[in-house]
Design a binder for this molecule. Structure first.
Ligand code: DGL
Length: 290
């Protein structure tokens, strides 16, 4: 398939995780063309070193740059938290948007003016009980958990919100292999959330996790609110095109999925996960086939 220059948005992740962001971006911009790259050869990113992840990112971005992508969404918290300043510096002519485990929306949404004196209430057995801080659990890949980005964010907010962090690379693997009914996987989820039954917010700090939300919901308190950074990434992508007057209206828009390990089973999984009534979807193994 041949694209005219600057007539598609690039999106990538280590696998199918970023499809959650492809979907939220399609909702905002249904007539754009998309190239979705799933880097299955390097899957998973989350257990690699920050240096290795950064080098992979530079390589993928150079492919999108060669194809004249009008912007690229890094639909991956692990990649985005590795070295976003270097990515932006290396490709100055291409708008690059990251996906981050940004929980500051909690405060914007509830309109809470937060200070050290903010008081929250809980209902225990129907009785209103005073508590001092909201509790937030962030789950992410090992690399994101270790990232400077997350360390800084937590440092900034630790006085006003109780933050707990857990690596959960096992969810990435289960989502990628579509193995969510598996007994061991469900056991691991139950073990992960056992001591976090009283949290107010659960941040899904990896784009693979929303695909497992139905299963995660079984093991958390029904009052716990789930948040992700995906919608913010899509909104930033939309906003950039709006401000730069770079929108395209394609009456027959395309999604080209490039996945090094594409096969019948994977195609069926993509077709199940991608939510679009308007796009023609085609599959490729490498960037060279585009
Ligand atoms: N989906 C990715 C993220 O948001 C990476 C998962 C992985 O490859 O470990 O972090």
């Amino acid at each position: 398939m041949k694209f005219e220059n600057y007539n598609f948005i690039g999106i990538f992740d280590s696998g199918i995780g970023g499809v959650s962001i492809l979907n939220s971006t399609i909702k905002l911009m249904p007539n754009e063309n998309y190239i979705y790259f799933a880097d299955s050869n390097n899957f998973p990113y989350g257990t690699k070193s920050i240096e290795a992840i950064t080098n992979i990112g530079l390589d993928i971005l150079s492919h999108f740059n060669d194809l004249h992508s009008k912007e690229v969404i890094i639909a991956c918290n692990t990649m985005s938290t590795s070295n976003m300043p270097l990515f932006k510096k290396s490709f100055k002519n291409m708008n690059i948007i990251g996906t981050f485990p940004d929980f500051t929306t909690i405060f914007k949404k509830t309109n809470n003016i937060i200070s050290n004196k903010t008081i929250y209430f809980d209902k225990i057995n129907g009785i209103k009980v005073k508590k001092n801080k909201l509790k937030l659990l962030i789950i992410a890949t090992s690399a994101t958990v270790k990232s400077q980005y997350l360390k800084k964010l937590i440092e900034t907010f630790k006085n006003v919100i109780d933050i707990y962090i857990e690596p959960a690379d096992f969810i990435v693997k289960a989502v990628e292999s579509d193995n969510l009914e598996n007994f061991e996987f469900n056991n691991n989820l139950s073990r992960l959330f056992k001591e976090y039954y009283d949290i107010d917010y659960l941040m899904l700090g990896c784009t693979h996790f929303p695909h497992a939300e139905k299963y995660i919901n079984k093991y958390i308190n029904k009052n716990t609110k789930i948040i992700t950074g995906g919608d913010i990434a899509s909104y930033n992508a939309y906003n950039y095109l709006l401000n730069s007057n770079f929108f395209c209206y394609n009456s027959n828009p395309n999604i080209s999925v490039i996945d090094n390990s594409i096969n019948e089973k994977k195609i069926a999984l993509y077709m199940k996960l991608i939510k679009s009534d308007t796009h023609n979807i085609k599959f490729y193994h490498t960037f060279n086939e585009i």
